[in-house]
Design a protein around this ligand. Structure first.
Ligand code: 6CS
Length: 338
């Protein structure tokens, strides 16, 4: 705690409250960085968390949206080093650090139905019991994981089958399983940090990328693509964690307060997302009326689904017994909410 305080530039002491020798309650400023803008899903979650923490304690949360402290990999390093107390990093990037986190990129594992999906995140033993142990090995206290929306693929040409992705360079987040996944879909995967995506699409270095619809709208990715296609392969997942030393040193009542704030923000963010994809589709259609938005039929999805098996095998090869156990639990948790 002492080390943590010395590096904490914004740390403040509560108004002197030493009464009859009872020591002062300390009010700290905690730094929380995330990978998105303030008005995107991760930002909305962070704002709700801040609101709850500040309403229920003397602590203050300082928010750092995407770009203010660097890329996703930078904020993760800062959180591991204790410069940040909280960080939101998606498994799409954490997969490079914690290979098992790549389970979220085995295609067609997560349900398409929102209520089923939400219940899975609420109740999953893999998420709520197994992942915290894996994150702890990296000095991170995993606080929650939540979905951000059905992932769509944007391209320059129509996308109906894996053959349409032949020779198409599709940007993916920087983890090896996503690379395997897009290879299996017939594309040429290109891992890049987020900051390089728009420019690379604009200059034609890459021709496609995947993201949830709200993000395609807010980052105007429709400007640098002509087609947006739902093949139903995934829902974007993200995770919020704390620096583990910081968290372990918190008084129990603060840990409980943080957990309660996370629970409130979790339910808030699920609710916030109801209807979000449909709204974002409308926004894109208004901004670019000739944009082609397609949802592949079950039959058209079959060849993509057939590719999922080899991605699952690659996941097990990359993660061994630990990944296998996690995947089995993940599937059992999914069955339980069906
Ligand atoms: O594609 C990405 O890199 C980004 N996508 C989302 C939805 N959130 C953050 C992440 O950096």
């Amino acid at each position: 705690m002492a080390g943590y305080n010395t590096v904490l530039a914004g740390s403040i002491l509560a108004a002197a409250t030493t009464i009859s020798g009872v020591s002062a309650v300390q009010a700290d400023t905690w730094r929380y960085a995330f990978e998105e803008a303030m008005d995107e899903v991760q930002g909305k979650f962070a704002q709700k968390f801040k609101e709850e923490v500040e309403a229920n304690s003397d602590h203050e949360i300082q928010l750092f949206p995407y770009g203010t402290l660097g890329e996703s990999a930078d904020i993760m390093e800062q959180a591991q080093a204790g410069i940040l107390q909280f960080v939101d990093q998606s498994p799409g990037f954490t997969g490079a650090l914690i290979p098992e986190a790549q389970v979220f990129f085995v295609p067609y594992l997560l349900p398409q139905d929102d209520e089923e999906l939400f219940e899975f995140f609420r109740t999953s033993k893999a998420i709520n019991e197994m992942f915290p142990e894996l994150y702890a090995k990296q000095g991170l206290e995993l606080l929650t994981m939540f979905p951000e929306g059905d992932v769509a693929i944007t391209t320059r040409e129509p996308l109906k089958s894996p053959a349409d992705l032949d020779e198409v360079k599709v940007r993916v987040m920087t983890n090896p399983l996503l690379v395997e996944s897009y290879k299996a879909f017939g594309a040429t995967p290109t891992p890049l940090p987020w900051g390089e995506v728009y420019g690379a699409l604009q200059t034609g270095i890459i021709q496609g990328q995947e993201n949830p619809t709200f993000y395609i709208l807010s980052n105007k990715l429709y400007e640098v693509s002509d087609y947006m296609t739902y093949i139903g392969h995934n829902n974007f997942t993200t995770a919020v964690m704390a620096n583990q030393d910081f968290y372990a040193d918190l008084p129990e009542e603060d840990q409980k307060m943080v957990e309660a704030a996370i629970d409130v923000a979790f339910e808030y963010i699920l609710d916030y997302q109801r209807g979000q994809t449909e709204e974002a589709i409308k926004g894109i259609q208004e901004a670019k009326p000739d944009y082609t938005i397609t949802t592949l039929s079950e039959e058209e999805r079959e060849p993509f689904k057939a590719a999922a098996g080899q991605v699952e095998e690659a996941f097990i090869e990359m993660t061994g017994d630990s990944g296998k156990a996690l995947l089995e639990q993940f599937k059992a948790d999914l069955d339980a909410v069906k």
